[in-house]
Design a protein around this ligand. Structure first.
Ligand code: NDP
Ligand code: PYC
Length: 338
């Protein structure tokens, strides 16, 4: 297979140029390029350059505002900082809100950033890592569109509702997990379809509610929650907290609004940041030192920490560059010429 290696900066330049040419303003294009390039850099293909086409399709459909300018509402004195994304992508809104979130969390011990009226198609770990970079623990969640059957149900109702957590660590990468609350992200099903590969069993049911390994049938039917009733309940919690509680759309409402799953979903997002020192104040032991003992024990047991694969891929990309196939490079060229 022919491959080409690009530096992270070169790839960023190419992705940003595609978005600028498609009419996105500098704030939107820069934030989107950062998150997509981070996906390629960290070997997260389901949220890397493959997502550019969907983002451009969403721009073309008029369902996301390419020149949106997110607006910060500091909500002084409150633990809740808000950003109205102005109908643009969530990433630019997040970048605007995170310094205020960190400042408020340091002051109060816990604070939340609510993002409303945004289009969100990306992985959540870049956001949770922005929180851990501030020395804070973070939880990030958002709905998606109705594509997942609740456990025991046979029709799509919940979203693939991603859920991420991060814990800061001194002198090393943070502890981060980030996953869809469906067995797999929908992007993975689409990548299987494109590659002509069958899905593993247990990922999806067809439109009649029967188990299927055919990606086409899965996309027309419903995906399954991870961990049966447990994933189903966490997915429902995300609809409640990051949809209804923040006054934004739930996954079924998103699907009604868009009428398709071929566009990036429009909804809200919830980010909760916590100061471990503030929570542990007055109690014995340093929370960060105690956390290290736990991580050591996990690794010592033979397990790996979540995100270790990603951090290893990042280190490689940072020293050797990002490897793209000829087809991926052609995709970038084609999207720029469009
Ligand atoms: P994965 O199942 O690929 O990974 C989930 C997490 O588990 C990762 O943190 C991963 O770390 C970790 N992990 C995987 N294997 C192991 C292991 N053996 N031991 C310890 N940890 C492990 O994620 P999903 O397919 O569920 O989701 C992929 C992405 O899709 C996420 O980034 C999510 O945010 C995004 N997404 C976004 C949506 C949206 O609406 N915006 C909707 C749904 C998903 P590592 O990466 O190092 O393997
Ligand atoms: O991969 O499930 C997914 C997804 C949905 C919206 C953005 N990503």
């Amino acid at each position: 297979m022919t491959t080409t290696t690009l530096t992270i900066a070169d790839l960023h330049g190419r992705v940003e140029a595609i978005f600028r040419k498609a009419g996105l303003n500098a704030v939107q294009a820069g934030a989107l390029a950062r998150v997509i390039v981070a996906g390629e850099r960290d070997a997260c293909k389901s949220h890397g350059i493959y997502r550019i086409e969907g983002a451009l399709r969403t721009v073309k459909s008029g369902k996301v505002k390419p020149d949106a300018v997110p607006e910060l509402d500091l909500n002084e004195g409150s633990a809740i900082v808000k950003v109205n994304a102005d109908g643009g992508f969530a990433n630019a809104a997040f970048e605007l809100g995170v310094p205020a979130l960190a400042e408020r969390t340091r002051k109060l011990g816990i604070a939340a950033l609510v993002i409303n009226d945004c289009t969100h198609f990306s992985a959540l770990w870049p956001e949770v890592e922005a929180v851990t970079k501030e020395g804070l623990a973070g939880l990030v969640m958002c709905p998606s569109y109705a594509t997942v059957a609740p456990a025991g149900g046979n029709k799509p109702l919940l979203g693939t509702n991603p859920f991420a957590f991060g814990w800061p660590r001194k002198d090393t990468s943070p502890y981060v997990f980030d996953f869809a609350t469906s067995v797999a992200a929908r992007g993975e099903i689409e990548l299987h379809r494109r590659a002509g590969k069958q899905l593993p069993e247990g990922w999806a049911i067809d439109a009649d509610g029967h188990p299927t390994t055919d990606p086409e049938a899965a996309l027309a039917g419903a995906m399954l929650p991870f961990g049966g009733h447990k994933g189903s309940a966490i997915g429902t919690m995300i609809e409640l907290l990051a949809g209804i509680m923040i006054g934004d759309l739930t996954s079924p409402e998103v699907l009604d609004y868009l009428g398709t799953t071929t566009l990036a979903p429009f909804h809200g997002e919830l980010i909760i940041a916590m100061s471990p020192q503030a929570f542990a104040a007055g109690r014995p032991g340093d929370p960060f030192a105690r956390a290290e003992l736990l991580f050591e024990a996990i690794v010592g047991s033979g397990a790996r920490l979540p995100s270790q694969r990603r951090f290893a891929a990042r280190e490689k990309s940072e020293t050797e560059g990002v490897v793209l196939t000829a087809a991926e490079l052609e995709l970038l060229d084609r999207l720029f010429e469009k």
